[in-house]
Design a protein. Sequence first.
Length: 86
Amino acid sequence: MSFTVELDEQTAAVVQELAATEKRSASEVIHDALTVYACQPKQQRLPSTRRRQLPIGVGKYRSGQPDIAQHAREILRQDVQEGKWP
């Protein structure tokens, strides 16, 4: 199986340098890196400082009610009756 991987310039340079130093292909270097990464416990894969942050706005309008989707029709019907919507 083959994949296409897009790397930033700095990471690509590191991969190329490792490949040249070890006289291997870039594909082999990436394969070995992914194998090592996949064998690590999930908690250790990315340090907390490198974890991706959530997109802006996630949780911004959190209502605190986890069942809104299940009761959406009832909530909208009630808001229409009370004149809150539309």
